[in-house]
Structure formats: C-alpha cells, structure tokens
Design a protein around this ligand. Structure first.
Ligand code: SF4
Length: 744
C-alpha cells in the first residue's frame, strides 16, 4: 500500500517556494537569505531542501538533494537525472501474509486522545507483550474489538508518524517475532526506540515521533533492524539500515584456509568497531569456522552477517549440497545469533546463459557454487526452490535477509548486463515473498560499476525491490588500481549512497590480492566512513554536518587541540602535524607563517576566521590565555621514525619487493602443493623453501609459476585435470544453447 503524500510538518519543508532562513548575524538585520544564496542569474538547484532549522542537530542547510521526505517514497534521495527509473509505488504493505489486510481510515475523525490499545502476545523475548487497556473509544485495539472476538481474525488500529490512521486485520492465532511483524501491528519495540535514540533526525523530521517514524519505515520494508533474538541476549546494540537512516558501513572479516585464526578475527572485529563499522560480516572459509563465528557473535556490539553456504560445504563438494544440510546449517547459525544471512537464491538456471559473454564470469563465491550445483544436477537453484522454507527458518529468530547478488559484475565490462539485471528481477520477487512471510529484507548489489551507471543501478533496484534497503559492495569505478581498491571503490560507494544505497560493504587495499590484516581493516573502514558521511551530508540528513562545521571553526581559529579532537582519527592528525613543528603555532608546515591564509584571515577583523566562540586557541604558561601558542609535545625520534615509514614504501623498497616476485615468476619455482603437481622429494621441498625465502638463484630455478599457484601444472596435466574436474555444461536441452557455449 503506497500511502498518499501528506503535508510536511513545519520542520520538514519540501516546498521550493518556502522562504529560506534569513541572515542571523548579530545587529545585521539585512533580512537576506542565509544559506547558499546565489547572487547571480544562476539559481542554485535546491530541490526544496531548505535548512529545517538553525540549531545544533538541525543543521545541514542547503542540500541540492530532494527534501527529506521521511515516510514518503523518497526519504533522503538525490534528484533523478532524466531517464532514471521512478520509485516503486508499492511497499511491504502490499505484500502482507495470507489472512492479513490493512485499511486506511479517516484520520479527520480521529479523537485527540487516540492511541494504540489492545493486547498482542510477543514471540520475541526482547519485546514485551503489548497490552494497553482501552479508553472510552472501544472501537479499536485487539481486546477492545468486540466485533471480532469470535472471529478468526483480530484487528489493531494506530496512527503513523505522518498522521495516517491504519486498521490492520490479522489471524487471531498470530504471534509476532520479527521487527517487521511488530511494525505491521503498530507496535514500537525497544529496538526501534533505540534506533530513534541513536539517529535523532527521525525525531527532528517527524515532530518528536522518531520511534514511530522508525516503525513506519520498517513496516514499509524500507528499513531493517538486523537483530537476531539470540544476539540481543549478548551485547548487540540495535541499529537500522535503510535510506531513511544514515548510511551504514559493513566490514568483512573471517579466517581463510591459509590465513588467520579465531583470536585474530576477534581482534579484527574490535578493530573494525573501533573504526566505525556498523555491521561485520564473518566470511570465514577456513580454520575453526564454527568457534570463530560463535566468538564473533558473543563479542560483537554490531550486527553480524554470514554467507551460510560457506560452512554448508566444508568437508564436502558443492554437488552434495542438499536441503537437510541447508536446513540444519541455517538453524545452527541462527541459534548462534547471526543477524543477517546472505543467500544467493536469485541466481537461476535461466540466467546462466547470460554469463557466457562476460569477461570474468561469476565472481560471487556463493553465486559460482550454486551455478555449479545447478549445472551438475540440471535443476533450479535449491535456494530458490526452497525459498519459502528458508523464510520460515529466518522468521523464527528474526534473522534478516541480505539477498545475495550471485551474478554481480566482477569488472566494469560486465556491469549492468543481462545477467545482473535478470537476477535483480528475481531479487524483487524474492523480496515480495519474504515480506509475505514476515521476514526483513536487504538486497545486495554490485560490485564493479562505471561511474556513469551508478545512479541507474541504485534507482532500478529501488524500483524493482520496492525500496528494500540496498547493500552494495563498493562499487569500484575502475579496475586498474589493485592495491588501492579502497579508493577506487569508495568513489563509487559515495555516489551509490547518494543515489540510494543504504549500506556500503567496505573494500580494503588488499581487495583482489589477499586476506586483509589489521591495518587494511582500518584503511577500509575509514575510506568507507568517508564515503557514507559525504553522502549523508549531500543528502541533507539533519545534524550530519555539525561535526564538519565544528572542525572548520577550530581550523579557522588555528586551534590545533580542538582540530585533532574533532578529527575522525585524532592520533594520525596530531602525528602528521607534529612531524614538522614542535610548537603549536599560528600556521602549520604546509605554507609557513608568511603564507598562512588562515592566519592572515584572522588578522582581517571583518572576516570570520578564528572568531567562533569557544574555538579560540588557548595557550600561554597556564594554557588559559586566548590566542597564545602552547608548546606541543611534538614527537620523539622513535615516533618520527615510525611516521617516516607510514603506509608508503619508498620506490627502492617497492622495487626490492617486486623484484623477488618477478624473479620467481620469470625463472620458475617448484611447486609446494600436492597431487598432480606435488613437490614429492625432500630435495624439491628444499628448493621450495629456498624460493619462498627468496634465496634461490637462477641456476637452481625450475621453470614454472609460483608455488602458491594451484594451477601450476604442465600443459598435459592441465588437460587431464580439466577433463576430470571441470563441469561439462550442456545447456542445449534447457535453453537451446550449443554445447560449446560453456559458462565456465
Ligand atoms: S599554513 Fe597553510 S595549511 Fe597550514 S593552517 Fe595555514 S593556511 Fe592552512
């Protein structure tokens, strides 16, 4: 049910013609518009996003984005470039379970003392049973509804944050468990209240009805609170993902078969939380996966996501995957407290024919595994055929879906192709079916997308999946900078968030190259906090820009202490400053005293620099004298040395590192793996050790690739392995495609 537009509240203006806030300079009285006035013939393209106020937490004036429209179909959104798909006219209200219905009543006849009333037993141990005694108006509320006491259904009535009066009828025996189900019954859960507390703009934009606004967005399917009922028993601090809330960041971690262990992963979890990760995905494929997952859930204050298929095939082939294994594994991980599952149910057999023209095929682990399963069995994706049963398992624990994009593009050339869009259409169908079974849904997205295609990708998802939160990996906007993919992807992530993504999955500098270590986690988190924050500022989310403005005032005042305090990473900011100057001066080492424009601006009294109250630099002997310099603690020689090595290798060091690898590649190295290409003799093992230590010389080198390459085989062996191991695909019977058009 798409609720009709309502007039906005006074704090939520969308009218372009509404007057902007006027100049507030003391003793000025000029009455001119305050923010972003254009003194030329070129009016600024403000789509109604006037400053909703001028107090703290109500700032962020003058965004060029659409006006905040909480509860409407757009929420925080960029203006559509011509040709972009319009938002869906449907929401989760249009996909209610069997036996449910919703009716919009006449709000005009609503009494002043109207309130939710009735009794709804709770099936979620962290949400109390809702019971409110009826007042004089006995026509609403479950226990107050005399007309349906003998019926198979019950009814509740409630007011939305925007003032709509809804009547919801549902089966009498129904007991809600998920946040979506409570929201549909008009119930504000403790988790919804916590979300509103953590994100005050909900209150600001709904005249103090923040928790109700959160509830309404969840009921519409556009916001999720990933909070497994078992994780809530540990340390989980509920948060929300959706375009009505601030953009969230996910950090991936997890042991691989060749690197990392449980202790290291817990350290990475805490490190990611320290650097602002809003959720963490445990993508372990090696080590003690079960213990690692359990330890991560117990220690995490943020929601934890997994890709359950990984642990379903440990110790067995993907071909052997069956429903009992899937069912047992989903129950097990849900009992452990995992908050959201990535399930690649959207990859269908009919989509595989579109993959053959790609440059890099299927890059999603889950997608490639299930493609192989379908081809081996010549059957439809088992996750798709069992979707309803999977929904029922997730509902029991209020696990949220993160419906995987198994056919996401793995390079710019494959972006926005037939395979990706065909799968997205299935994701829309799966969304509707999950909503019908009361399960919260997010949708995963690409991947690798050229910058110009990002807006369309965000908006076509919004249309097909009816506004379900979009959770994207990057996307990378270029493929030729391995080692810097936290930067290439953070550019795409900023754009994707501005155009509609609700959560960004971080990419670290190790992407495509290896398992991230602690510092890679930090670099990835910071890059993505920047992307998310930049998008939130651009979207005009109230309060988002406050800290930027505070830092600007401290910078203008040359108040270095405050400057560092307000920085996202104060230690790094301080160290970089102190590297060059051991005194807190009225300038820094960038331009020096005579060329410091901020210092010069401060000396021009008419200018604002350095005058913001509370931001003056304090110094002198007692540290209390306004404007006086204070002696910096500066850096010890040891600290200087650490700083000199910061994250950047000298050209000489890079050359040394690369030359070792190059030598091994060009002159060949013996294999360390077993099987057809095993180094079987001890002499061979000795060579391996030499190569791995970089000590082997040309005389002892054998031709071939590095020992870590599992495909290091001679051409004859390679043919044999292919004949034995590769899936021979014959799609002809199913799709009329020639046998030689192989997918893999
Ligand atoms: S010296 Fe240059 S960079 Fe440093 S504070 Fe002054 S203007 Fe800014």
């Amino acid at each position: 049910m798409h609720l009709p537009e309502l007039p906005m509240t006074p704090t939520n203006p969308i009218d372009n013609s509404a007057p902007a806030a006027t100049c507030s300079k003391p003793n000025c009285g000029c009455g001119k518009p305050k923010a972003l006035e254009a003194p030329t013939a070129y009016p600024l393209p403000m789509h109604g996003a006037h400053n909703p106020g001028n107090t703290r937490n109500v700032t962020t004036p003058g965004s060029f984005a659409n006006a905040p429209d909480l509860g409407g179909p757009l929420m925080f959104s960029s203006p559509n470039t011509p040709g972009m798909p319009a938002p869906s006219t449907k929401t989760a209200w249009d996909f209610l379970p069997d036996g449910w219905s919703v009716t919009k009543l006449d709000a005009a006849s609503t009494p002043d003392n109207f309130a939710w009333m009735g009794r709804v037993a709770s099936g979620n141990p962290h949400v109390p049973t809702m019971e409110v005694a009826p007042a004089n108006d006995g026509a609403r509320g479950t226990s107050a509804c005399s007309c349906c006491k003998t019926d198979a259904s019950k009814k509740v009535e409630f007011l939305t944050a925007r003032g709509d009066r809804l009547s919801v009828s549902y089966p009498r025996a129904f007991v809600p468990v998920t946040q979506l189900e409570f929201a549909r019954l008009g119930i504000v859960t403790p988790q919804m209240r916590r979300v509103a507390e953590r994100e005050p703009h909900f209150d600001i934009l709904s005249s103090g009805k923040g928790p109700e606004a959160v509830r309404d967005e969840i009921a519409a399917g556009r916001l999720v609170i990933p909070a497994n009922i078992n994780h809530l028993s540990y340390k989980l601090d509920p948060m929300a993902i959706g375009r009505a809330s601030k953009t969230k960041v996910n950090a991936n971690m997890g042991a691989s078969p060749i690197s990392s262990g449980t202790h290291e992963e817990i350290e990475k979890l805490q490190w990611a939380e320290r650097w602002g990760a809003d959720t963490v995905m445990d993508l372990s494929t090696g080590g003690n996966i079960d213990d690692c997952r359990s330890a991560i859930v117990c220690n995490a204050t943020v929601p934890i996501g997994t890709v359950p298929i990984y642990s379903m095939i440990i110790g067995k082939k993907i071909e052997d995957l069956d429903w009992p294994t899937i069912e047992a594994s989903l129950h097990h991980q849900a009992k452990q407290g995992v908050d959201y599952f990535t399930i690649h149910a959207g990859v269908r057999r009919a989509h595989l024919k579109h993959v053959k023209n790609r440059l890099i095929g299927i890059v999603s682990r889950g997608g490639s595994l299930l493609a192989k399963w379908m081809l081996v069995h010549n059957q439809e994706n088992i996750m798709y055929t069992q979707w309803d049963a999977i929904c029922d398992i997730l509902r029991q624990y209020d696990v949220t879906f993160s419906i995987g994009d198994g056919l996401r593009p793995g390079g710019l050339a494959d972006a926005t192709d037939a395979a990706q869009i065909a799968e997205l259409e299935t994701l829309g169908e799966l969304t509707e079916r999950a909503w019908r079974r009361g399960v919260q849904v997010m949708i995963e997205g690409p991947g690798h997308v050229p910058f110009d295609q990002i807006e369309w990708n965000a908006k076509v998802q919004r249309a097909i999946c009816h506004g379900a939160p979009f959770y994207v990996l990057g996307p990378l906007v270029t493929d030729m900078f391995p080692g810097y993919d936290h930067i290439t992807s953070c550019i795409g992530a900023t754009s994707m968030a501005y155009h509609g993504a609700a959560m960004l999955c971080y990419v670290t500098p190790k992407e495509h190259l290896g398992l991230p270590k602690k510092d890679d986690v930090k670099q990835g988190c910071i890059a993505y906090k920047i992307a998310a924050h930049a998008a939130d500022v651009a979207l005009g989310i109230p309060g988002t820009r406050d800290r930027d403005d505070e830092l600007t005032k401290a910078r203008a005042a040359l108040n270095w202490e405050k400057h560092f305090e307000l920085s996202f990473d104060p230690d790094t900011a301080r160290a970089y400053h102190d590297e060059d100057l051991d005194v807190d001066t009225d300038f820094c080492a960038m331009c020096g005293h005579d060329w410091c424009s901020v210092r010069i601006s401060k000396e021009i009294v008419e200018f604002v620099s350095g005058k913001a109250e509370g931001f003056e630099r304090m110094g002198g002997k007692d540290g209390m004298t306004p404007g006086a310099a204070i002696k910096s603690a500066a850096l010890t020689p040891e600290q200087q040395e650490i700083l000199a090595k910061r994250g950047v290798l000298s050209p000489d060091e890079i050359h040394k590192l690369a030359s070792k690898t190059k030598r091994a590649m060009s002159k060949g190295a013996p294999s360390a793996s077993s099987g057809t290409n095993a180094a079987s003799s001890s002499a061979e093992s000795g060579k391996v050790a030499e190569w791995q230590s970089g000590k082997a010389d040309a005389a002892t080198a054998a031709p071939g690739k590095l020992s870590c390459h599992s495909d290091y085989v001679d051409p004859e062996t390679a043919k044999k392995v292919q004949a034995e191991k590769l899936v021979q695909i014959n799609l002809a019977p199913a799709f009329g495609i020639a046998k030689e058009d192989r997918v893999i």
